[in-house]
Ligand binder design. Sequence first.
Ligand code: PLP
Length: 593
Amino acid sequence: MIGVEVAEGENTVNTAPTTVEVFASCLRHAMDGRGLKQADLIRMAADRGSKLGKSQVSQYVSGKTLPRRAVVQLLADILEIEPFELTGESWAAEYESMPAPAPAARAKSAGPAALAPATADGAPALAPATPDGAAAPATSAFIPSSPAMSDPPGRAEARPAAAFPELRTFAGRSTSSSHSEGNIMSENTRTFKKSSKLDNVLYDVRGPVVDEAARLESEGAHILKLNIGNPAPFGFRTPYEVIQDMREQLPECEGYSDSRGLFSARKAIMQYAQLKGLPNVSMDGIYTGNGVSELINLCMQALLDTGDEILIPSPDYPLWTACATLAGGTPVHYRCDEQADWNPDLADMEAKITPRTKAIVIINPNNPTGAVYAKEVLEGIVEIARKHQLMIFADEIYDRLCMDDAEHVSIASLAPDLFCVTFSGLSKSHMIAGYRIGWMIVSGNKRLGEDFMLGVNMLSNMRLCSNVPAQSIVQTALGGHQSVKSYVAPGGRVCEQRNYVYEALNAIDGITAVKPKAAFYIFPKMDVKKFNIRDDEQFALDLLHQKGILITRGGGFNWPEPDHFRIVYLPPMDVLHEAMEDLAEFFETYRQR
Ligand code: PLP
């Protein structure tokens, strides 16, 4: 093994902040992706016979110093990525601008193991190497020759620059001033970086693998999207009556509404809450939002101070974790147990409560597992919340999509003495996702949350109101005939598709899946030993490149092991047949490299 000796402070280059900050951001991203801490980098470098100093690593991570090329290569090796993923495609240019190392140091540090642009598994990189060993821009590396996917790509292709959109700023530009494409870039040019608040925020449902799928599509590939629960593209259409009612009311929807929402919408929501048994609900405790998404964010902002903890399921719908993090809170994940039909592990939940814990989030019916919690489980959660004086947030956006004998119980109906906020909307249970309408209902002992509600009101007023045309159809959608009922009944589209996908997945050697009881997702488990899977994002990219199928990796739902993925089973049966056949074929030979 040829070591890279990199004493602290030696051969580092201070460059314009933009470049070092991009490097630092990419380094943190890659470390987070692999769950590595700074100490791990130091230890793993030592395993490779190279020395990295503590303050040196800290400087790279905090964006104070840009390492020289041999160190970039070392870090990339440790992180099992390509160097350009840390530096952007301007690596070669950046390197040229660094002072040349002293000949002795160069000889020592620039050995083949340190600088050869080999892939992580030792195969030659597909991106051609430049004479000085720097990788060529990755964007030229993979252009599928036909929509039918062929060979799996190497790592250089598999983790494209598209995964790090900010790097595009630097693509193909030199460090000297240039006016090409109307842009001026020089070493001292100020560019704009995303806020560090986003460093730990994850939303893979529309994340880097989706960016890669978009890139492939732009090159003519056909991608089957099993990654997002968007019913309309799969033929689940809004009932005509709803469209007709919106059309008629449109001229009345030009102005802002009350910030909580139209009276007619809130009245219909209140009546629905009464039918679900929610205690102590009043019109002033009902808020409409631009989807449940907006209201999740609003509540997290209103509740959490820096360091406040909130219990969120793992796996989760990742927006909860993202919004809690953005609000400065600390999401603490309690485990849902696959062996127990993905029900929450109540012992784990309770064990994770600390004096800083403020609330428990439950997602029932659950995305991504499709679980529906039994009344006894919900009573157990209420008991924990009661004992530790916690608020309950219940995301029940899939409540009308229960199958078989599963009956949905609103947790708030079991907790009249606690402060509960229940979320729902038209996106899923009514399959009308694009109009953007959701709501939240405050119930139970409202005195406990009086001050929190002042915050909610302030934030609700600040966004003025939610989309008024969409509010105008809530009454129509919530009342009368419910077309979704026929989808989830035996013989209905969603129910039959669920049955088929469940059977087909379990027939694949190395794959097991719990049968979902609601919604339109399934969360299968992969035998990681059999498939040698260590990185679920890599698995998702491999599946995308080989079969043109886009799924969401389990890690995207804050699931800690790389052994699950989520499939949306909304596409029609013939498409699902094809997808399952392709999937079976893929797993027949797949071994992660
Ligand atoms: N909550 C859960 C559990 C979801 O799965 C989703 C979307 O997939 C949302 C909330 C967001 O819904 P909306 O379209 O109302 O913003």
